[in-house]
Design a protein around this ligand. Structure first.
Ligand code: GUN
Length: 296
């Protein structure tokens, strides 16, 4: 069994991006502004606060600017839309994300649709999703992009492999299924997308060469879901109370690691697998937005 070291791969890619940003600054006037990511954070969800803080930290590490717009839990949809409109028109900002989940009184679809697709570095806007499906230049959702890079950098072949994805969310499962089935580098898989109504789930999972667990259920994938020699990518991130930790919790995935890992050729740990690569996906998209590579 080999661990896929997402943390280390993320460090390497951050160094590469930092070098590219430095060279961009060198060839341009030194006073030219740096790539800039803006994040809107609504409410006080502790996990969301941590994710946004980690995104800010990664921006600083690669030499990007970032700003966080904090809005209260009871902010109106109208006020949030106005803030997005303001950032859409700010020429100093390249990328904009609205951290999810949002409070229930706000329509996620309406909020995502209001982001300028050219700044939608999360790749959630219908225009970017549509372009991605058609194989046109698009911002690709950060987690699927991070997973593709993780497979590439770990030297795991994908062409002709059967990839089973469990979970059909708009953020991970659905875009991942499309990306991996495309006729492209690091893709060309035969993809099965499983969900809550799938029959014989464990049986289907056992046919996977690559199993991507993105269900959102702590340690649901046990040994009975995997065949020997599989590659397992665990997208789950669950906080489990642990009083021996300073934070009071530790992280677990959608995969029961102790039971599944001995059967795997490759597996991502939680933490230190997919999580750091999601941030890399976002940083890559923000650099593309700065260079105006997607929408010319
Ligand atoms: N919430 C969980 N994952 C994500 C993500 O990738 N982007 C945003 N904006 N919110 C999230």
């Amino acid at each position: 069994m080999k661990l896929i070291d997402g943390k280390n791969i993320a460090i390497q890619i951050k160094e590469e991006i930092a070098a590219e940003i430095r060279s961009l600054q060198d060839i341009q006037d030194i006073n030219v502004r740096r790539p800039h990511l803006a994040a809107i954070l609504v409410g006080n969800n502790p996990a969301s606060e941590t994710y946004v803080a980690n995104k800010e930290k990664a921006c600083a590490e690669v030499g990007m600017s970032s700003s966080v717009y904090k809005m209260s839990e009871d902010v109106s949809e109208k006020e949030l839309l106005e803030n997005i409109d303001f950032i859409n028109h700010d020429e100093e900002i390249d990328g904009l994300i609205v951290q999810l989940p949002l409070p229930e009184h706000i329509s996620v679809n309406k909020i995502i649709a209001s982001i300028n697709p050219k700044k939608d570095v999360d790749g959630f806007h219908p225009v970017n999703v549509g372009r991605m499906v058609l194989g046109q230049p698009a911002y690709i959702s950060a987690t699927p992009l991070g997973i593709s890079l993780l497979l590439e950098r770990s030297g795991i072949p994908t062409a002709g492999k059967h990839c089973v994805i469990v979970g059909r969310s708009n953020i991970v499962g659905t875009p991942m299924s499309i990306l991996l089935s495309r006729n492209a580098k690091n893709a060309n898989c035969t993809v099965t997308l499983c969900h809550s109504k799938t029959k014989n789930l464990s049986e289907i999972c056992r046919t996977a060469d690559i199993l991507i667990a993105a269900i959102g259920k702590c340690e649901m994938i046990t040994a009975q879901y995997v065949k020997k020699g599989v590659t397992v990518i665990d997208v789950g991130m669950h906080r489990v109370e642990d009083n021996t930790k300073k934070s009071g919790f530790r992280l677990k995935g959608d995969v029961l690691f102790e039971e599944v890992s001995p059967l795997c050729e490759y597996i991502t740990p939680v933490p230190g697998g997919v999580g750091p690569m999601t941030i890399i996906g976002l940083i890559i998209n923000t650099l593309k937005a700065y260079k105006q590579e997607i929408y010319k």
